[in-house]
Design a protein around this ligand. Structure first.
Ligand code: XIL
Length: 362
């Protein structure tokens, strides 16, 4: 008799539990219809892993090739374009009704050896860059809806970094400020006038000398009719102390120019122990609160239309390499694809947004 009663209780508890968390909506179900995009960087070589693909397709309505469209990968020799890995991700996106962001066309890093050591003149580099942008953007015309045209062009003081494209020797615009960046936007626009074009930057998320310089540059672009549609804020958070008020204000001033903001590479790194495990549950909670605050800072403003994390499972994140093993566990799903507290905090924010019944997001 007693056992039966207990059995009943157990059944009731299960039913109650199911009712409490149903309907169990995924991130993309919450995001679809709210005019926002939730995305993740993805790697083509992982599309063979069952849990990787089911999680990616189930949870996100946006994806971005993590490395496959960078110069080094897509243009490995002077006359060779390797579109295959990028195409695989784009096709995956199409099959699963996900938008695709393109990353990136002009960056001083991850350029192939043949180019960096090629001793090309400024005129030759100009031609090479024009050709590269035309080929890559045309190849993905109608498939990639937004491009990071330029990535990380500024140093921490907001000055233009020395690079192959700017002044070493550059494309013929050295010493003319962001003229080479403007040229990149014009060429990308020429190749696909429908694509949204972004300037993507790191460490300019809150209010500081770098984000001031970024703001001044894109305001000038806007005023002069340079075809720029948005700013990508990378948002790699390495210290558990993001300045949320500053981030909110920065998003406000950028969107105030009539530009979109996408959070493009969000991750929240935790200190880790030997095997890459986080120290304690409190860190997971802290991480969840940061995801919640960043999501709110973005999605509470109409011009902030996408949040993308840099990967989605802790199993595959660039953070451990980048921090030489000191930090890790930065994403919404753990190494076994189990959603973490950060996942639920992020989803709560999506749920709190008003539902839209209008046109889908552009
Ligand atoms: C990183 C990738 O995640 C790594 O896999 C790769 O080895 C190096 O590049 N800012 C960017 C991204 O814009 O392209 C970088 O991605 C992370 C920092």
């Amino acid at each position: 008799m007693r056992r039966t009663f207990r059995g009943h209780l157990a059944t009731l508890a299960v039913v109650a539990g199911l009712a409490a968390c149903s309907p169990a909506q995924t991130l993309r179900e919450e995001a679809d219809g709210r005019e926002v995009l939730v995305g993740a960087a993805a790697r083509a070589y992982l599309l063979t892993e069952g849990r990787y693909v089911t999680t990616l397709a189930r949870e996100y309505n946006l994806l971005e090739p993590e490395n496959e469209l960078k110069w080094e990968a897509i243009h490995p020799a002077p006359q060779v374009f390797d579109f295959l890995p990028g195409d695989q991700l784009v096709e995956f996106g199409r099959l699963h009704r996900m938008k695709v962001r393109g990353h990136c066309l002009v960056w001083g890093r991850y350029v192939p050896r043949w180019l960096s050591d090629g001793h090309y003149s400024a005129d030759q580099l100009r031609q090479l860059l024009h050709e590269h942008i035309s080929q890559v953007v045309s190849h993905y015309k109608g498939k990639v809806f937004a491009w990071d045209v330029i990535n990380e062009a500024m140093d921490e003081n907001g000055r233009l970094r020395s690079s192959l494209w700017y002044d070493q020797p550059g494309i013929g615009e050295a010493g003319r400020g962001p003229a080479y960046i403007e040229q990149g936007f014009r060429w990308a626009h020429e190749a696909d006038p429908e694509a949204l074009l972004f300037y993507n930057e790191a460490e300019g998320e809150a209010l500081n000398v770098k984000s001031d310089a970024l703001y001044a540059m894109v305001r000038d672009f806007k005023r002069r009719g340079v075809p720029i549609d948005g700013v990508g804020l990378q948002m790699h958070i390495l210290d558990l102390k993001p300045d949320i008020a500053g981030i909110t204000a920065n998003i406000r001033r950028l969107t105030g120019l009539g530009l979109q903001v996408h959070i493009t590479e969000l991750d929240v790194a935790l200190p880790v122990e030997g095997e890459g495990r986080p120290r304690n549950a409190a860190d997971w909670q802290r991480q969840a609160e940061i995801y919640r605050s960043v999501a709110l800072a973005c999605f509470s403003q109409p011009g902030c239309t996408a949040i993308q994390t840099w990967g989605f499972t802790d199993k595959y994140s660039w953070i451990r390499n980048w921090t030489k093993g000191n930090k890790g566990s930065p994403l919404l799903f753990d190494r076994d694809y189990v959603p973490k507290p950060a996942y639920f905090a992020f989803r709560d924010v999506l749920r709190s947004l008003p539902l839209h019944v209008g046109a889908p997001v552009q």
